[in-house]
Design a protein. Sequence first.
Length: 665
Amino acid sequence: MYPHLFRSLDLGFVTLPNRILMGSMHTGLEARPDGMARLAAFYAERARGGAALIVTGGFSPNDVGNLGRHRAQFSTLEDAENHKIIPRTVHEAGGRIVLQLLHSGRYGFHERIVAPSALKSPINPHTPREMSAAEIEQTIADFAAATRLAREAGYDGVELMGSEGYLITQFLALRTNRRRDEWGGALENRMRFATEIVRRSREAAGRDFIIVYRISALDLVEGGLASDEIVLLSRTIEAAGATILNTGIGWHEARIPTIAQAVPRGGFAWATRRVKQAVGIPVVASNRINAPELAEEILARGDADMVSLARAMLADAEFASKAREGDRAGINICIACNQACLDHYFIGQPASCVVNPRAGRETKLVFKKTPKRKSVAVIGGGPAGLSCAAVAAERGHEVTLYEKSRQLGGQFNLAKVIPGKQEFAESIAYYTERLRRASVRVVLERSPSPQELGSFNEVVVATGIDPRRPQIPGIDHRKVVSYVDVLTGRVTPGPEVAIIGMGGIGFDTALYLLERENRAPLDAGAFRAHWGIGADGTLSEIRPGKPAHRITMLKRSHTPFGHTLGRTTGWVHRAELARNGVRMLKGVEYRKIDDQGIHLNVDGKELLVAADTIILCAGQVPRKWGRTAENGVRPHFHVIGGAKEATELDAKRAMLEGAEVGAML
């Protein structure tokens, strides 16, 4: 079904069975005491799932290159010994794996960071120390030594991280390299650090060892490499001894989204094509490639020789094997939310996945066949109920799922209409198919009676949430509607809109009103135009258009605007709303709502916000449910998801709780 995707790739000394590379992810396990065993289980599951080549998360070749205060380093014989469990377990599972060597440079979150020049990153409070010439030479030697140790540990190769704004990239770009010695100035000098690392790593490892170089196909920052410089760099890296060029997109400090939901599927494959056309070694496309038909299209067009799937492999460890068998409906598609993967990493938690809670918990969340079959009722077909019903049924229980509306999905049905969040429809389709395969009895448009519940051994309440209705004089005015009314299309707001509440649903509702006719989340060309990316990768000023609505967002608290949004995606929402001139007021006291609009007190001053439509996005409350059972039988009740706690719309917690309860029934 996907002939290009499942064609083998001959690297000269080894042949890969297909064109799927599992890209590197920071899992947060690298520095934990039990991290190696958990990583081994994590990667082995993906190897069994058919990935041709796996790249680990980043490990530094020396102390100052660590990403954080905790040691995630690969520089000693002890490190190599500790790592052996990873390649051994992956090989036993039939896969191949390379170790990513990453020096953070000025991106490290500790006080010891170094860089080509003492220039602080805008995303880091620490200023790096400028490296001496001797330190540069030693760092190159450290990369080569780590490459040799990786071979001793049993890895099939290394990936040298030369993308996303880390140390190697910092040497390449005038933005971060102001040196006047042989390591700075002309491009030839700025490339020397990268090429020497590749050359000496090749010498250290020998010819029959995979060296992947992660090259930035687009820097997306002022002072980054131009397109012709990237082409020259790719040829130079090839000549230095790289086996594969894996492309990265953008620096972490770039103000253009590169992996968030706002990015269309495969939205940067056009940039990879330039690199592929310049070299003779295999080139890998990356970023927002999450479906087999998309991967096949990229390869068939000749944009790349392989595709990198990182978060897609979090969402479904068996992505490759399912695609090979033509089982597209059985693939759990990554929705690019970042909530449980990247956002977890930045708060010090191990990475997981919203739509696959078992990711990163392979040794802890185990779905074993039940020794005793039970009858289980799940009330509610939203994220929590879908997750629980699927796991319980696959373990062998007889499951009935009740959903009072006409469709499964719950809050995901609202999310899927938000610009950039179309992927949520994939999750609904996947879980619906999973329930069908597990023989779950699905009852729509009906809630169970107490008599029905009494006949089950276990009852799981996953009824979700209802929008909270704050106590404001005039709250029943005809101008006042819920976000549910707007997102379902029951209400068409007027030109002047006030939104009460500035959590995630408030931002989503504003984005829906402003961008719902925009093609940017769906089309690579429209996306480039929307964010000011030229055909050669240069950046231009973003000119705002005329917004469809004039929006004022309001909240009672004095906390920063959008502080509850995701760490790695919230800035995209804030940028879009700022572009459209959305006014934001915090610390407001709601006085009343009347024909004029909404009356406020802000910092002791009375203020009227004129509005045709006032949209309530003021939080949620658990949906009420009854827990009486008759006929003399009282089943065991479990409450999960929004029905348990409704502080925010939290699909991550809901799906995890569903899986956990499904695993323990």
